[in-house]
Design a protein around this ligand. Sequence first.
Ligand code: F0G
Length: 441
Amino acid sequence: MPQQYFTSIFHYYALNGAYQVEKKIMVHQECINCKTQYGIDEIVYFCPKCGDILEIKFDIKELAQTLKHSDWKTKPLSVWRYRDFMPIHEASQIVTLNEGGTGLHRSQRLGDELGLKEVYVKNEGENPTGSFKDRGMTVGVTKAVELGARHVICASTGNTSASLAAYAARAGLKCTVLIPSGHIAYGKLAQAMIHGAKVLQVKGNFDQALEFVLKLAEKHKSIYLLNSINPFRIEGQKSLGFEICEQLNYQPPDRIIIPVGNAGNISAVWKGLKEFNQLGFIKTLPKMTGIQAEGSAPIAQAIKSNSDKIIPVTNPETVATAIRIGAPVSWKKAVNAIHESHGTAETVTDDEILAAQKMLARVEGIFVEPASASSIAGLMKLVKNGVIGKDERVVCITTGHGLKDPDIAIKQCEKPVEVEANMFAIEQALGLKQQRVILAR
Ligand code: F0G
């Protein structure tokens, strides 16, 4: 018989001046395939019965009751505003750097360029370590602390390692990261190193690095795995979906466009949207639209060919190194999200990605890394193809800050002009006419 597990959420909160005990909520981990349930304090990454991945499930009615008596709406926009939605026992152990609460920028000039009425950019580069990963890491590392882990690990194309290194440092945990040799942006590497992680550069790609960390976590039970296969990370990342709804006054957009790599984020955003819908906070659900780089697009290819299975790409290639992934571990969740939401997936070329990156920086003042710009490139392509209508309200998620990968930005811009340190040379370089200055007495 499947077991149910309670979280022991017994933290107190103030309501009308009086302190009350928060209600317990039923929550468990569940296999997305065979639906076998596991407790939230069991360390399982794949279902021992069928080998598929897990997700966190709440009793939504209990959650609704808890929310009725909670002061969550008085909290600032952030991951922990949604503390009631998080499978964490005690508030006192939370490991945070103030993540979430990122800007949802109405992007009029981008919209005008594309002939769209209402476009927004949800800029996740505004998170503490400069990417959306912090939303998942605050919850994942808090869970690690709760479980008594002393050593955390991940494989990464860069941002996950930067984020895990920072949160592990904050919690005083040992941190190991495996990154693909030669294919990681410098800013991200610098972050993992300065936060004191043990960095292993694997002579292979991300998919191979992930295989190794999965094996390590399986073999050495003292090492806690924090890739997005860990469902606690997905719980943190679902707050991205909540925030978009709240920032739009509970009128969700028609479509959310999101870069896809290992496919955790699109699954997380969709999970958040569905929970808000089940709770009655939103009445409609956006079409989830995943964008992949042409050279590493197994999910987009599966959607385009109407297949329910992906064919992994053995040698993924793209300038957007963050999404240079050939065998996304959460592909099933992503394909489900796209199908359930009547969304779609598209591929974009490296040139399209770089052009979108430059355009966003120049028309909206938002500097994002190449992988993030793929959502903008995808928007441009889907508008051009007529898939996105001119009246659609669209939110593009930009996942990481442009400074993560300054080399790429510098390469595609005009070089700075070197000038002598005098007014004449500076005016000449600026094409300004020489004028005699008459000083007033
Ligand atoms: N955008 C950026 C900037 C990323 O770093 C990633 C993933 C994605 C998009 C894709 O998100 O994997 O949830 O589909 N980066 C991971 C990493 C793989 O290791 O930093 P996803």
